[in-house]
Design a protein around this ligand. Structure first.
Ligand code: NAD
Length: 370
C-alpha cells in the first residue's frame, strides 16, 4: 500500500503543502489531516453524488483519528457555484460553531473544491482547508494551486481568491465511479501539460493514454503525478498568474468562448471545451506558420483516438459565427485593454503567450472552422 502512494510538495514557503497521489487515500485521510489541525474539528463539504460514493469512508477515517466532523452537502453541478448557494453554504458552516482553528475538507470535483476553498478564504477572515479531489480534472488541475472562486451572472469565477490548501489527497480509487465522459474531460487537462511543457510526456500519453483512462493503477498514478508536479512547479514560480502560470490557460480562451456559447452546461464540459480549444490553438498557430501542420495533426489524432471531440460539428456548434466567438473571447478574464491574449504552441511541448492576437487573422480562421 505505502508503495502505491506518491508525494510531492508545492514549494510556497510557509504556505507550501503536500500532494499525495494513490488509491484509498480517503481511508487514511484522518491520519494525514490530524497533524495539521489546530483544533480537532473539521467540516466536510461535498456534493450529493460524491457523498453517496465516498462520504462514509471519509467520516470513518476521521472518527478513527479522533476528529470531530460535521458535513454540509451541496447539489451537484456548476449551478452550485453561484452566490445564493455560497451564501447558504457559508451560513451552514458558521451554524456548526466553527473557530479559526476549524478545518474545511473539500470532498468532490472542481465545483466543490472551488466553493469550499473560497469559503475557507473568507470565513472568519480565513481558515484552513484540505482538498480531496474526486474527479480526474480536480486531481490534475483544480485542487492544486489555490485558485478558489464562484460564478456571477456577469461571468465565471469572477469572485474569488488565491488561497492555498494545507494538503491535497488525490485518491485515485475514487475515479472508478466517475462517468467516462467526465474522466475524458479531465484527461484533456493532462494532455495540456504535455503540450505546453513536456513533449516526452505527450509522446508517453500517445502510447499510454488508453490505460490511463482505463484506470490502470501505474499509468494513472504517473499521469496524475506528472500533471501535479508540473502545476506545482509553475504555481511555485508564479502563484498569482503574473507570468508563466498563464501557460496553464492553454486552450482556455477558445474553450471559454465555446463554454459561454453553451451556457457552461452539460452540453459541453469544461475539459471538452479545453480539448477543442487546444485543437483550435494548434490549428490557428499552424495556419499562421507558427507551428508545423504535422504537429497540429498529431494533437487532433490523439484526442480523436481517445474519444474527445475535436470538431465543433461534433458538439453541435458548427457554423458558429466568428464574431460571436470573438465577442465571447473578448470577455475573458485575460483580456487587457480590449486585446485578446492567446496561449499558442511553438511545437508540442512548448507554448508561449501572444498578448495582442491579430483580430483579422483570428476572424478569418474562425470563419473557416467547422
Ligand atoms: N481552481 C482551479 O484552478 C480550477 C481549474 C480548473 C477548473 N476549475 C473549476 O472546476 C469546475 C469543474 O470541475 P469538475 O470537472 O471536477 O466538475 P464537478 O465538480 O462538477 O464534477 C463533475 C460531476 O462529477 C460528479 N462526481 C465527482 N466525483 C465523482 C466520483 N468520484 N464519482 C462519481 N461522480 C463524481 C459530481 O457530482 C459532478 O456531477 C469548474 O467550476 C471549473 O471552473 C477550477
Amino acid at each position: 500500500m505505502a508503495g502505491e502512494i506518491e508525494k510531492l510538495r508545492v514549494e510556497l514557503g510557509d504556505r507550501g503543502y503536500e500532494i499525495l497521489v494513490g488509491p484509498r487515500l480517503i481511508e487514511s485521510a484522518g491520519r494525514e489531516i490530524l497533524p495539521l489541525l489546530r483544533r480537532r474539528q473539521v467540516v466536510i463539504v461535498s456534493d450529493e453524488t460524491v457523498a453517496r460514493h465516498c462520504l462514509a469512508k471519509l467520516r470513518d477515517s476521521l472518527s478513527a483519528a479522533g476528529i470531530v466532523h460535521h458535513t454540509v452537502l451541496l447539489p451537484p453541478g456548476e449551478e452550485t457555484k453561484d452566490l445564493d448557494h455560497f451564501g447558504r453554504l457559508a451560513e451552514q458552516i458558521l451554524a456548526v460553531g466553527i473557530e479559526r482553528g476549524t478545518m474545511l475538507v473539500a470532498l468532490g470535483g472542481g465545483v466543490v473544491g472551488d466553493v469550499t476553498g473560497f469559503a475557507a478564504a473568507t470565513l472568519l477572515r480565513g481558515i484552513d482547508f484540505v482538498q480531496i479531489p474526486t474527479t480526474l480534472l480536480a486531481q490534475v488541475d483544480s485542487s492544486v494551486g489555490g485558485k478558489t472562486g464562484i460564478n456571477t451572472r456577469m461571468g465565471k469565477n469572477l469572485i474569488g481568491a488565491f488561497y492555498q490548501p494545507r494538503l491535497v489527497l488525490a485518491d485515485t480509487a475514487t475515479l472508478t465511479t466517475l462517468p467516462h465522459r467526465e474522466l475524458l474531460a479531465g484527461y484533456a487537462e493532462i494532455v495540456k501539460y504535455g503540450l505546453i511543457r513536456d513533449a516526452e510526456f505527450f509522446t508517453w500519453l500517445e502510447a499510454a493514454g488508453r490505460s490511463v483512462c482505463d484506470l490502470a493503477p501505474a499509468p494513472l498514478r504517473r499521469a496524475v503525478m506528472t500533471s501535479c508536479a508540473m502545476k506545482a512547479d509553475i504555481v511555485a514560480s508564479d502563484e498569482r498568474e503574473e507570468g508563466d502560470r498563464a501557460l496553464l490557460n492553454f486552450g482556455h480562451t477558445f474553450g471559454h468562448a465555446l463554454e459561454t456559447e453553451t451556457g457552461f452546461s452539460a452540453w459541453l464540459l469544461h475539459g471538452e471545451a479545453v480539448g477543442l480549444g487546444m485543437v483550435l490553438a494548434f490549428d490557428f498557430a499552424a495556419r499562421s506558420g507558427l507551428v508545423a501542420v504535422a504537429e497540429s495533426e498529431r494533437v487532433h489524432h490523439h484526442l480523436d483516438e481517445m474519444g474527445l471531440p475535436t470538431q465543433l460539428s461534433a458538439v453541435g456548434l458548427a457554423g458558429m459565427p466568428a464574431d460571436c466567438l470573438i465577442a465571447h473571447m473578448s470577455k475573458d478574464k485575460k483580456v487587457r485593454d480590449g486585446r485578446i491574449t492567446l496561449i499558442l504552441p511553438r511545437r508540442i511541448g512548448e507554448a508561449f503567450v501572444m498578448k495582442d492576437a491579430p483580430l483579422g487573422e483570428l476572424r478569418d480562421f474562425l470563419s473557416g472552422v467547422a
